[in-house]
Design a protein around this ligand. Structure first.
Ligand code: A2P
Length: 289
């Protein structure tokens, strides 16, 4: 990470001399919408740099300027990896974030408002991309918490429906309120005129959504890993357990979840792929501050 000093607005004229100088952040983008889902979760949208191209499922580094150094007054950008939650064709960028009250970045980021600026390094990377998977019949998106973000992008990506007959999204959260962002997004796909036109009328019928909670009562309780081990998840979904012939998978959640599910997928016979070597499944850690 390079140390950067904020640039002051060079267009400021003499009349503005008395006014506080407007800071222009490097790689600045402007916030266009903010929505708070729970006291732990929020999503926001920002302007998209004209030159930014990315593949649905990738992440970028975003953040804010840190506090000035007590002696030098210099400020360093405070950046973290965030999956882009919007699809590659969207004219804005969307992000889905946790709020950690003493987290270096999210303790500040959670207070952003429309019109504020954030820093966005326009260098997208990531493993949760269609290019890292071999052709298959059914794709599984496995998420916990804010790990839903890359799938919010991929669920709005036409290629997901061109490549697969079935799209299964599982989302495990502690509390029911934490499922709302995902649930609303999936529900909104049905009435999305643009997507129905571009992908094909009724494309959303390929989706099977399987939300579960672990610490609050909801329609389906339990960790997805346990529900798969017992066979309950497959029975509920009306599908066979995964196999390398037909199933492809993407995993994004907390570290323990990723590791446990990775081992399970290996037991089903699936192998981990990469951009340079496409196989049956890919994994990425969800951002935590
Ligand atoms: P649990 O409540 O049983 O820990 P977090 O907010 O801590 O990132 O967790 C998000 C969700 O992921 C929680 O519902 C949590 O369940 C679940 N989870 C955590 N670790 C695992 C794991 N190893 N396998 C499956 N689910 C997990």
């Amino acid at each position: 990470m390079t140390e950067m000093t904020p640039v002051t607005d060079t267009n400021a004229n003499a009349a503005d001399a008395e006014a506080p100088k407007k800071m222009v952040l490097p790689d600045a983008q402007t916030v266009t919408a903010v929505r708070h889902w729970t006291d732990r979760l929020f999503s926001f949208r920002v302007t998209r740099p004209a030159s930014l191209r990315f593949r649905s499922g990738e992440f970028v580094m975003i953040g804010l300027m840190g506090d000035p150094h007590p002696e030098t007054g210099k400020q360093k950008p405070l950046l973290r990896a965030y999956s882009i939650a919007s699809p590659s064709w969207d004219e804005e960028l969307e992000f889905y974030s946790i709020k950690v009250q003493d987290g270096p970045l999210t303790s500040k980021l959670q207070h952003i408002k429309v019109g504020d600026q954030i820093i966005l390094r326009p260098k997208p990377v990531g493993t949760l991309v269609h290019d890292a998977l071999l052709p298959g019949k059914r794709i599984w998106f496995f998420a916990t918490g804010t790990g839903f973000a890359p799938f919010a992008s991929l669920l709005r990506e036409p290629q997901t429906y061109e490549d697969y007959d079935e799209v299964i999204i599982t989302h495990t959260c502690r509390e029911a309120g934490e499922l709302q962002y995902g649930a609303e997004l999936i529900e909104s796909l049905k009435d999305d005129e643009l997507l129905n036109e571009v992908i094909g009328e009724g494309f959303w019928k390929k989706i099977k959504y399987y939300p579960t909670t672990t610490r609050e009562e909801s329609a389906k309780m339990g960790r997805i890993t346990d529900l798969m081990r017992s066979g309950e998840a497959f029975a509920d979904l009306g599908v066979e357990p995964l196999n390398a012939e037909t199933d492809r998978a993407m995993i994004c959640g907390n570290l323990a979840f990723n590791l446990e599910l990775k081992e399970m997928l290996e037991d089903y016979g699936l192998e981990e792929g990469a951009n340079s070597d496409p196989k049956h499944y890919v994994v990425e850690k969800a951002f935590l501050d």
